[in-house]
Design a protein around this ligand. Structure first.
Ligand SMILES: *Cc1c(COP(=O)(O)O)cnc(C)c1O
Length: 386
């Protein structure tokens, strides 16, 4: 073991691979359970898109969370992992007919509807099955989150959701459709949000919209505020579990939930981010004219976040205790953006050293691709490496 990693076990495995520390995952889930238990009407749906590894999913399902899915494939994965259909919500701007049919057949909890044409298609497909689909409208609250531009979703110019101005009209249309039932409002302002003020801004907006509904004597049982809670990428050891207490308390303080309403959350990154690491081997150490490169056998095909969002991940040499040197840490893919970190201090690196790229549990393995005809990385959980 070096710190939290079973190095001896790692030596036997082909790299690169994902490693999920189930203690961190289970402690995170226990914290969510404890913090939500303080409020009798709070429910968390795990956002499957962050990580759909079947072993990870089944641990999350055991903890009692519901699932938030954005495709038919995710609904299948969630059902297969044992999530009850009545705890599955289905979001996404582009739901295909077969995906809507699948969700209707399973009898999921709720569709998060993002446009009028989608509402009409759900109505028609539900009618064909003699069913009534529960729908929440995803409202674009025009609230900016202080995070990377590619992962804010709640601004007016974004493709997501229905604008606030259109809300009344969509509600009126739903009232004319016999096979949909309007049960809630849904929001999601972005991801990797560390400033609780962003969630307060969302709450204020939800309060305004709720007042509008109340003025029309419309009662909805269900408010869904999405996910977005961030994790501490700089300190995966010091802060392995996000501050869920503060997060839920922020909603409790700022959102005027009606007594007959439940509040739903869709957390992805904050559930699985810190339990995962991408484990890789150093192939070569190459001295450039001004820089030294550590070339790994993992690349952007295994973990695309640094290339896609200039995301920071802490990188550690698990093999060496030598003095540190400074490296650009890069992958083998034929793209200049295939870089995990520039000017990173690592214990001196040699060919064959094991490198951990930390906080890679969310939007890591699930976003892996076969570009360059590479094999997809395997994901192991710590339970199976003892
Ligand atoms: C991605 C997504 C989430 C999860 O976001 P995190 O930042 O991972 O918590 C929740 N809801 C919707 C609609 C999403 O698209």
């Amino acid at each position: 073991m070096k710190g939290i990693f079973p190095i001896d076990q790692f030596q036997k495995l082909r790299t690169p691979f994902y490693y999920y520390d189930t203690k961190v995952l289970r402690d995170t889930l226990a914290c969510i359970r404890m913090e939500t238990a303080k409020y009798e009407n709070y429910f968390v749906h795990y956002a499957v898109k962050a990580n759909a590894n079947p072993k990870v999913l089944s641990i999350i399902r055991e903890s009692g969370l519901g699932a938030d899915c954005v495709s038919g494939g995710e609904i299948k994965a969630a059902v297969k992992a044992g999530f009850p259909a009545d705890k599955i919500v289905f979001a996404g701007v582009g739901k295909a007919d077969w995906e809507i049919d699948l969700a209707l057949d399973y009898g999921i909890f709720c569709f998060n509807v993002e446009s009028i044409p989608e509402l009409e298609v759900i109505n028609r497909l539900a009618s064909a099955k003699g069913k009534v689909a529960d729908v929440a409208f995803r409202i674009n609250p025009d609230v900016g989150a202080h995070t990377h531009a590619n992962i804010t979703t709640g601004l007016a110019e974004n493709k997501f959701g229905i604008s606030m101005e259109d809300m009344d009209r969509v509600i009126d249309i739903a009232a004319t459709l016999e096979h949909v039932r309007f049960v809630g409002l849904h929001f999601h302002i972005g991801s990797q949000i560390m400033d609780m003020g962003d969630f307060v801004a969302l709450c204020n907006r939800v309060n305004e919209l709720q007042d509008k509904l109340e003025a029309r004597r419309i009662r909805i049982p269900y408010i869904n505020v999405g996910g977005g809670l961030g994790i501490d990428y700089a300190h995966p050891n010091r802060q392995p579990i996000p501050d869920f207490g503060h997060y839920f308390e922020t909603y409790d303080n700022s959102l005027k939930l009606r007594s007959y309403q439940s509040l739903h959350f869709e957390l992805g990154r904050s559930v699985v981010g810190q339990c995962g690491s991408l484990i890789s081997r150093v192939l070569y150490v190459k001295q450039g004219t001004r820089k030294r490169f550590a070339i790994l056998d993992a690349g952007m095909t295994d973990l695309i976040r640094p290339a896609l969002y200039q995301a920071y991940h802490k990188i550690e040499n698990l093999t060496s205790e030598e003095e540190t040197d400074t490296y650009d840490i890069v992958g083998p893919i034929c793209e200049s953006s295939d870089v995990f970190g520039k000017a990173i201090d690592l214990n001196r690196v040699s060919r064959g050293d094991l490198i951990a790229i930390r906080s890679a549990g969310a939007y890591g393995e699930i976003m892996a691709s076969g570009y360059n005809c590479r094999e997809l990385p395997v994901g192991y959980i710590s339970d199976e490496l003892v």
